[in-house]
Design a protein around this ligand. Structure first.
Ligand code: ZN
Length: 417
């Protein structure tokens, strides 16, 4: 591969790779038809853009609306067409569960079921934690398959099925809507593994429903007038196969600073060390300065530090253009710390656009910039979707980012003689 890194032990420029979720946008009527990035006051990002080289990034390809997990995998240099395991694996890794080869992972919600078996609420009134509720499910063995169940954030949980003869070729049990009954899990192919996995999982979900329905915590919730958390809704079945870690594949010893579990999960999957930062929550109030300070500290001992910032995406999914603009200004204030990181290459981008007018991910490209030693600065002076279109990087895909990093920082091996 032309981008295999040198391994001579040279001291090479470390990298801070910042991914702001859903940062890209389209003109917003509530912002005088500017994008939130254009409308926001962003002196730090603009100063970095002035020093650096900019462009537009089509994460997966032109016009493709990527999921965040697929985008991040590509940004880390792993082609999703080859390496994407499915969402369940990322979710369980993100909540810190250990997973082994051949395990099947699922993401779960604990929701509310009516007495006649209809889903009333997929999040049980956004219950704060399901830790107590899922305790009695953890370690359950059915037909030789062990179910490992751990709580995630609020109404979420992770499930790992461990045993012989499992497959992830099964349908979803979570219908993703309310007003209907949970679905029965079915095999997606004719293999005996898929049939066995579906059967065992259906039995587990029946057991889980009985366990949750009779849980004392639900009696208490009902007394308080809260919806009971009495049904486990599962989706995203995916089988785990380890991939070559990023420090071997690209000789980049890497760390992850993120609040939201999904991103920690993708980072963990490619072999990054997960570093928890107090106050990093993935919410609009997340402590962004603490994340950048931690990144600046970590580049002393890592080649690459990935920083994930979540909330712009959520604000855009709520259609809140003003909120997204204001959050970008918060990012910019915190990113002033990066201006002092003279000895690092700063790569700043997004995983996809989330236009506030769409309230969903779009296939529009996102701005990207590289600022640090080794870049050839272009004439772009502002970091936004429109200005970066004039940049020296032109248009690239997420899979180009790691090779560009290896090249700029002097890590790329000569291709050919
Ligand atoms: Zn995203």
């Amino acid at each position: 591969m032309p981008f295999t890194a040198l391994t001579g032990g040279e001291l090479l420029q470390p990298v801070i790779l910042v991914v702001c979720d859903g940062l890209g946008d389209r003109p917003c009527p509530s912002l005088n038809n500017l994008t939130p990035l254009q409308a926001a006051r962003t002196p730090s990002l603009d100063a970095l853009a002035s020093r650096g080289i900019c462009g537009l990034q089509h994460t997966i390809g032109r016009g493709i609306r990527p999921g965040s997990d697929v985008s991040h995998l590509a940004i880390f240099g792993y082609d999703p067409a080859v390496y994407y395991p499915g969402r369940g694996v990322f979710e369980v890794l993100g909540i810190g569960m250990g997973i082994g080869k051949g395990d099947v992972a699922l993401r779960a919600n604990v929701g509310t079921l009516s007495q006649d078996g209809v889903i009333l609420d997929r999040r049980a009134g956004r219950i704060e934690s399901v830790a107590e509720l899922v305790k009695g499910l953890d370690g359950k063995v059915i037909r030789g398959v062990t179910f490992i169940v751990k709580p995630g954030l609020s109404h979420r949980a992770g499930i790992i099925m461990r045993g012989k003869g499992l497959s992830d070729a099964i349908t979803e049990q979570d219908p993703h809507v309310t007003g209907v009954a949970p679905l029965s899990v079915k095999p997606k192919d004719s293999s005996k593994e898929a049939e066995f996995t579906a059967k065992v999982l259906n039995e587990f979900l029946e057991f889980a429903a009985e366990h949750l329905a009779s849980h004392p915590l639900n009696r208490e919730r009902e007394k308080k007038g809260l919806p009971p958390a009495n049904v486990m809704l599962v989706r995203g079945a995916s089988e785990f196969h380890p991939v070559e870690p990023i420090h071997k594949r690209f000789s980049l010893k890497s760390a992850c600073v993120a609040g939201a579990p999904l991103y920690k999960g993708v980072a963990k999957y490619v072999g990054m060390d997960i570093v928890d930062v107090e106050g990093a929550t993935g919410l609009p109030t997340s402590n962004l300065s603490a994340k950048f300070s931690k990144a600046l500290e970590l580049i002393k001992s890592y080649d690459l530090v990935f920083v994930h910032i979540k909330a712009a995406d959520n604000l855009a999914e709520d259609g809140n253009a003003v909120g997204k603009r204001d959050f970008i200004e918060r990012i910019d204030k915190a990113a002033s710390a990066l201006l002092k990181a003279d000895d690092a290459l700063v790569v700043f981008t997004a995983d996809h656009s989330t236009p506030c007018t769409m309230k969903a991910h779009s296939g529009d490209p996102v701005p990207i910039m590289f600022a640090g030693n080794g870049v050839r600065p272009d004439s772009v002076k502002a970091f936004d979707e429109i200005s970066c279109a004039q940049g020296g990087l032109g248009h690239l895909k997420a899979l180009d980012i790691i090779p560009e990093i290896l090249n700029i920082t002097g890590r790329a091996k000569l291709y050919g003689a």
